[in-house]
Design a protein around this ligand. Structure first.
Ligand code: IMP
Ligand code: MG
Length: 179
């Protein structure tokens, strides 16, 4: 079973702080929050409720970067695009975890090319030691260990996404059986 490393209460406290930091540091007025599916949807649903603004547009980008493997392929596939245009808008891109940075690098370039008024990134977890490309993350929830983590939206081959806390997988008992 996964071992808890960040409790639901600790996540709630940090998300409340992140909401205030984001509100203070981003330009005022309307904000377009773009969540990367599927991993970021749990985090994003809590985060938008912590941002005290009247207009917080919510949109989503469907992305596949890993398939069901636990190592980065470096290949990013858009499975579902935004519903709304972001040109001229203040955009906050919300990701579950940044490891190599390859997924985020691709998505930041993609969104920047659409001419937003500003583009910032918020990631729940940062595995800084895994970076293979330079990418700036403006708001980070927690530093993550260099292990595969699950829960609070993050999955291992579709398992454990619904855990209310963040846990690391026991590497001696992989969640993805190999045959
Ligand atoms: P990157 O492209 O290597 O930065 O990986 C980013 C994507 O891989 C994230 O959107 C996650 O979906 C997934 N990912 C990376 N590390 C983990 C992990 O420890 N647990 C679950 N998903 C992960
Ligand atoms: Mg993901």
């Amino acid at each position: 079973m996964p071992r808890e490393i960040i409790s639901a209460a600790a996540i709630a406290r940090r998300v409340a702080e992140l909401g205030r930091e984001i509100d203070r540091q981003l330009p005022g007025g309307e904000l377009a929050v773009v969540g990367i599916l599927r991993g970021a949807f749990v985090f994003m649903s809590d985060l938008v409720r912590a941002i005290p603004r009247e207009v917080v547009m919510c949109d989503f980008l469907g992305v596949r970067s890993y398939g069901d493997a636990t190592v980065s392929s470096g290949v990013v596939e858009i499975t579902s695009d935004l519903a709304l245009p972001i040109e001229g808008r203040h955009v906050l891109l919300v990701e579950d975890i940044v490891d190599t940075g390859l997924t985020l690098r691709y998505l930041v370039d993609l969104l920047a090319a659409r001419g937003p008024a500003s583009l910032h990134v918020c990631a729940l977890l940062d595995k800084a030691s895994g970076r293979k490309t330079a990418v700036s993350v403006d708001f980070v929830g927690f530093a993550a260990p260099d292990r595969f983590v699950v829960g609070y939206g993050l999955d291992a081959a579709q398992r454990y996404r619904n855990l209310p806390y963040i846990a690391e997988l026991d590497e001696r008992a992989p969640a993805v059986p190999t045959f």
